[in-house]
Design a protein around this ligand. Structure first.
Ligand code: KG4
Ligand code: ZN
Length: 374
C-alpha cells in the first residue's frame, strides 16, 4: 500500500487512501471527538483568522486594510503586502483569544478562491507551511460556499440554522447568486448575475456620488435619512433567475450627469434621497428573483449571505417579504455577513469531517471554479 501522508512523505502529491504508519491523515475522523479548526481568509482586503471548536466559534479576528481608502478601491499589490504583514499577528491573536495552542489544532482551513490572486497566495502559502510544520491536514475552502455556510456557526447567542434544502441569496462585492443548498457539500447555482454584482452596484453608485470606498455601507447609512421613492431608476428585464446590474449603474450615471448640468449642487442637496432610491432599486431587483426562485422550487427556507446582506434595507425587506411569502428566513449576524475567517473555518470543518483534505501542490484560483458547486 502506498502512503498518502504529507507528514511522512511530504513530496507525494498523488495519494491513495491509507498509509502504513497510521498517521494523522490516514486515521478515520471521528465525529465524536472535539475538532479545532483554524480558518484563514485573505481573498480581498481583510486578513482574518478564526478558531472553531467543532461548529462553535472561539475567536474571529479581522485586520482591515485602511491603505486602500485614498485610492477609492482595493489596490491588489498593496493588499498582498498588507496580508503578508498581518497574517502572523492575526493568527496569533486568534489563537490566544480562543485559548487554543497551535498544537491543539486539528486542521487549517483556508480560502483557495475566488479573489485577488496575490492576496490568496499569502493565505494559501501560510496555510501550507503551518499545516506542514504542525503535521496536520489542511482544507481548501471556496469563499462563496463559506458565505453560505456561515449560517452554521454557533456562538453563545445561539443560531437557528437553516434546514436543508434552502435557498441562499449570496450577495458580495464580486458575486450575486441564488444557490439551492442541498447539504454542506452539495450546492447548485440556480441564478447568477450576467454582469456586475449587487455589491458592485452599491460601490459604483457611491463612487459616482463621490462617497468613499467601500460605498455599500455609506449608502446604507445615508439611505436611512432619505426617501426611497424620490427618484425612479429602471429595473432590468432578464430571463429566468439571473440578475443584471450594469444597466442600473449606467442609468444612474446619466441621470446624475443630466441633473448636474442644471444644478451643480444636485448630488450634495439630494444625497440622502439618491442613496435611499438607488438602494431600494437594488433591493427590489434582488427580491423579485428570490421570490421567483422560491415559488419555482417550492423552497421557503430562505437565507441571505455575503457583504451586501449587511445592508439594513435588504435585511428589513427580506423580513417583510417573509411574512407575505411565508418564508422562514435566516439573516446572518453582521460579523458573519462581510468577509471573515469564521465562515472559512466552518466550511473547512464540514470538509474535515468528510476527510476531504487539500494537497501541498494546489494553487489558488481567482475566478470561481464552478459553474455550480456540485
Ligand atoms: O462579502 P464581502 O465582504 O466581500 C466580497 O466577498 O466581495 O462583500 C463586500 C461588498 C462590498 O461591495 C460592500 O460595499 C458591500 O459588500 N457591503 C454593503 C454593506 N456592507 C458591505 N453593501 C450595502 N450595505 C452594506 N451595509
Ligand atoms: Zn466575501
Amino acid at each position: 500500500m502506498k502512503p498518502n501522508c504529507l507528514v511522512h512523505y511530504p513530496l507525494l502529491v498523488d495519494h491513495p487512501k491509507m498509509c502504513p504508519l497510521n498517521c494523522y491523515f490516514c486515521r478515520p475522523v471521528s465525529k465524536q471527538m472535539d475538532t479545532y479548526i483554524l480558518g484563514i481568509e485573505s481573498s480581498c482586503d481583510d486578513t482574518s483568522a478564526a478558531v472553531l471548536k467543532n461548529t462553535h466559534i472561539l475567536s474571529n479576528e479581522i485586520a482591515n486594510q485602511r491603505v486602500h481608502q485614498s485610492f477609492g478601491g482595493v489596490v491588489p499589490e498593496l493588499a498582498s503586502r498588507a496580508h503578508q504583514q498581518n497574517i502572523i499577528p492575526v493568527v496569533d491573536i486568534a489563537l490566544r483569544k480562543a485559548k487554543v495552542t497551535k498544537n491543539q489544532l486539528d486542521a487549517i482551513a483556508f480560502t483557495r478562491g475566488p479573489g485577488l490572486l496575490g492576496s490568496l497566495l499569502v493565505g494559501t502559502s501560510f496555510a501550507k507551511s503551518f499545516a506542514l510544520g504542525l503535521g496536520i491536514p489542511m482544507v481548501e475552502v471556496d469563499h462563496l460556499k463559506a458565505h453560505i455556510l456561515s449560517h452554521f456557526i454557533d456562538d453563545e447567542t445561539g443560531l437557528d440554522h437553516p434546514q436543508f434544502p434552502f435557498l441562499c441569496l449570496t450577495v458580495s462585492g464580486g458575486h450575486t447568486q441564488i444557490v439551492k443548498v442541498e447539504s454542506a457539500s452539495s450546492m447548485e447555482i440556480i441564478g447568477t448575475t450576467i454582469d456586475d454584482a449587487a455589491g458592485e452596484a452599491f460601490d459604483k453608485a457611491a463612487k459616482i456620488m463621490g462617497l468613499p470606498y467601500p460605498g455599500g455601507p455609506e449608502i446604507d447609512k445615508l439611505a436611512k435619512l432619505g426617501d426611497p421613492d424620490k427618484f425612479q431608476f429602471p429595473e432590468p428585464k432578464i430571463e429566468g433567475l439571473n440578475y443584471s446590474f450594469s444597466g442600473l449603474k449606467t442609468s444612474f450615471l446619466y441621470f446624475l450627469r443630466d441633473r448636474l448640468r442644471e444644478d451643480e449642487n444636485f448630488i450634495e442637496q439630494n444625497i440622502n434621497d439618491l442613496s435611499a432610491s438607488i438602494q431600494s432599486t437594488i433591493i427590489s431587483i434582488l427580491l423579485k428573483k428570490l421570490k421567483r426562485a422560491s415559488r419555482e422550487t417550492g423552497i421557503k427556507e430562505i437565507a441571505i449571505a455575503g457583504g451586501v446582506s449587511a445592508n439594513s434595507g435588504l435585511r428589513k425587506a427580506v423580513i417583510e417579504t417573509a411574512t407575505k411569502e411565508r418564508w422562514k428566513t435566516h439573516i446572518p449576524k453582521l460579523q458573519y455577513s462581510t468577509d471573515n475567517a469564521a465562515m472559512i473555518a466552518i466550511a473547512g470543518y464540514f470538509k474535515f469531517l468528510e476527510g476531504d483534505f487539500a494537497t501541498q501542490d494546489l494553487t489558488p484560483y481567482s475566478k470561481s471554479k464552478f459553474s455550480n458547486f456540485k
